[in-house]
Design a protein around this ligand. Structure first.
Ligand SMILES: Nc1ncnc2c1ncn2[C@@H]1O[C@H](COP(=O)(O)OP(=O)(O)OP(=O)(O)O)[C@@H](O)[C@H]1O
Length: 256
């Protein structure tokens, strides 16, 4: 596949999403570089998750275009975008609660189809099974492969969800608040797993915790009221007076 700009894998152009009179995303343009780790920050309701949903195809924009490796994916359904290389996690992990860790990973490795995931019986020799075993270890759940998901801690569920997103073998990975609600130890584990991901994987992630964002990101974009408020290198955005003012009244951990 060729790229439009030569260096970016994902190009978002003037994207809008309106819910009635509310413009949740209001003319956002953003490029995700090849292999870049890009943090999306912003106060509650800024439009971050809506923008994610527009990229993954969970929502179709009111207007604007989204290109993946130069191909217009604006109108494609979510399962087609996943097949083209977009993987994601959600703010609240979406897992199959009655199944084991490994079974969840196998189902994700088979990839989504129109109408959901395939739940046909799992064969030991299938490629998806091999990939699931490898990912189980990679996200630190090797000794929990046969454990029921319902028995996992919140942190382990976040690790599993990362594994499930990787199981779709994405080239562009979207992580929605990967460290949300985690204890300091679990947060360290998860950020370590993200830092260890292959550098060629391009990652866009929403994060409220500025420390986590600064540790993981090559570039940072801040959203406010559906628009881009600031964008740049982590150290510059962190010191930006307007950004500091925007976050006044937000949790102090943002600037710890
Ligand atoms: N399906 C929907 N219908 C109507 N309004 C919506 C819908 N989804 C989101 N919104 C509204 O759009 C705005 C942006 O929401 P969004 O969830 O994208 O923000 P966010 O930046 O992800 O916030 P948070 O950090 O709290 O998750 C909010 O005002 C929200 O209430």
């Amino acid at each position: 596949m060729s790229t439009q700009t030569g260096k970016s894998c994902l190009q978002i152009r003037e994207v809008r999403m309106s819910f009635g009179a509310l413009h949740a995303v209001d003319g956002v343009s953003l490029d995700l570089g090849l292999g870049e780790r890009h943090a999306l920050l912003g106060t509650n309701g800024a439009g971050k998750t809506t923008l994610f949903n527009l990229i993954t195809g969970d929502l179709l924009p009111t207007s604007g275009q989204i290109h993946l490796y130069g191909h217009d994916i604006t109108a494609l359904p979510a399962h087609r975008r996943c097949a083209l290389g977009i993987g994601r996690t959600y703010q609240i992990p979406l897992l199959f609660g009655g199944l084991s860790v490994l079974e969840n990973l196998v189902i994700a490795a088979r990839g989504p189809r129109l109408g959901g995931f395939s739940l046909r019986p799992i064969r030991e020799d299938a490629d998806s099974h091999l990939l699931a075993r490898e990912l189980c270890a990679r996200v630190g759940l090797g000794s929990f492969a046969q454990a029921s998901v319902s028995l996992l801690s919140h942190g382990q569920k976040k690790q599993l969800e990362l594994g499930m997103a990787l199981a779709t073998q994405p080239s562009v990975l979207l992580l929605d608040e990967p460290a949300a609600g985690l204890s300091p130890n679990d947060r360290k584990t998860l950020t370590g797993l993200i830092l260890d991901l292959p550098r060629e994987l391009s990652i866009l992630f929403v994060e409220h915790d500025m420390e986590v964002a600064m540790m993981l990101a090559d570039r940072v974009t801040v959203m406010k009221d559906g628009r881009i408020f600031a964008s740049g290198f982590p150290d510059d955005v962190r010191k930006d007076e307007q950004v500091l003012r925007l976050y006044m009244g937000e949790p102090l951990e943002l600037f710890a």
